[in-house]
Design a protein around this ligand. Structure first.
Ligand SMILES: *Cc1c(COP(=O)(O)O)cnc(C)c1O
Length: 366
């Protein structure tokens, strides 16, 4: 008889529920016999990468027989220059998801607690549970992170906290003032991970640029990604900026070749292409306006978002509306797993994609 392998898995993994990715376009097109499915489900850039990043990726493919540069030298040099930090502060990851996990792997054990907010990004509970650590989930305030509650939740066992700024799927952000208060009160042996996956889209004047805070706060880890505004989600590349000692410890636990050569080349080229980034942000701004105006006209509540997505209250179980939209060839994201059963999260697309979604939503809700 086979062993009961569940009983010998680590404590956290025994009850771990894996991340549920959005439905791939090709799968839905096959199921429905459609050819024009619109996917606004995974917060990808509707423009994709710019010409420079595409060309760099193509050129790097020529060298696919070779292992990548395990130190990611060129990308790190480019990041260091652009961010005004030393290279020793940088950790590259296979997506920023990778660096979030490296932080947990380097610092968190089963004895520790990890703090994050209700409705926060799904990777935080997954990474915490995979380490068999205890998740301390603080209640949200107006859908956003309550930093005072998160500060209060710190105990002697707390080793790390996750703050998504802006958060996915709510789109809420925390101000420089609120985050300063937290940083001043949290002990230095508690690592504060500020996840800035959507920072490029934010234009709120009170939004903090945490990379510039690293000299002041040694326990701060800032993570960013090329998956969103840079349009490189499929290549998987992101990074963390931290105290050199923290970065060194995170680098010790990563795979030696965790970022592939195509991703390294494309990311470095994308960083130099400011024009494309601006285009991406501009398309998002007008698309966000298009969506929120439509919601206003339909009398639907939504959570004001600083990202490239918005969560809208459809006034009934989101899963039902999601299914009905699927049948009309529009993929969005139900968020009941985030404790938001009446919301749908929709990624800002190109104008015609947003229009397809809005028209489908009107029909479904009619
Ligand atoms: C999309 C996202 C990420 C980044 O994911 P990658 O692994 O870099 O593709 C990180 N944090 C949040 C909150 C996100 O929504």
């Amino acid at each position: 008889m086979a062993c009961d392998f569940i009983s010998i898995a680590t404590k956290g993994v025994q009850t771990l529920k894996p991340y549920q990715p959005g439905k791939p376009v090709e799968e839905l097109e096959r199921e429905l016999g459609l050819t024009d499915v619109v996917k606004l489900a995974s917060n990808e850039s509707p423009l994709g990468p710019g010409a420079a990043a595409r060309a760099a990726a193509g050129a790097a493919l020529e060298n696919m027989a070779r292992y990548p540069d395990g130190n990611g030298t060129v990308l790190k040099q480019t990041l260091a220059r652009k961010l005004g930090v030393s290279e020793e502060r940088l950790v590259l990851g296979n997506g920023s998801n990778d660096v979030l996990e490296l932080a947990v792997r380097a610092f968190v054990t089963a004895e520790h607690e990890v703090i994050f907010s209700e409705h926060a990004f799904a990777v935080y509970p997954l990474a915490t549970q995979a380490a068999s650590a205890r998740a301390v989930v603080t209640p949200a305030r107006d859908w956003g992170h309550d930093l005072a509650a998160m500060t209060k939740a710190v105990s002697a066992r707390t080793r790390l906290m996750f703050i998504a700024n802006p958060n996915n799927p709510t789109g809420t952000w925390v101000s420089a003032k609120a985050l300063t208060r937290l940083m001043e009160r949290v002990p230095e042996d508690v690592l504060v991970v500020v996840d800035e996956a959507y920072c490029d889209y934010v234009d709120a004047p009170d939004y903090p640029d945490c990379v510039s805070w690293l000299e002041r706060h040694s326990n701060l880890i800032v993570t960013r990604t090329f998956s969103k505004a840079y349009g490189l989600a499929g290549l998987r590349v992101g990074y963390a900026v931290a105290h050199p000692q923290v970065a060194d410890l995170m680098n010790r636990v990563r795979q030696p070749f965790n970022v592939n050569s195509v991703a390294l080349a494309a990311a470095a080229a994308a960083l130099e292409d400011d024009e494309h980034l601006l285009r991406s942000v501009a398309v998002n701004r007008s698309g966000m306006m298009q969506l929120t105006r439509a919601f206003d006209a339909m009398g639907l509540d939504y959570i004001p978002s600083a990202g490239n997505f918005v969560s809208v209250d459809v006034g009934r179980p989101g899963g039902e509306v999601f299914d009905a939209l699927l049948r009309r060839g529009v993929i969005v994201r139900p968020v009941d797993n985030y404790g938001m059963p009446h919301h749908l999260r929709v990624t800002v697309g190109l104008e015609q994609e947003n229009t397809r979604f809005i028209e489908a939503l009107k029909k479904v809700l009619a």
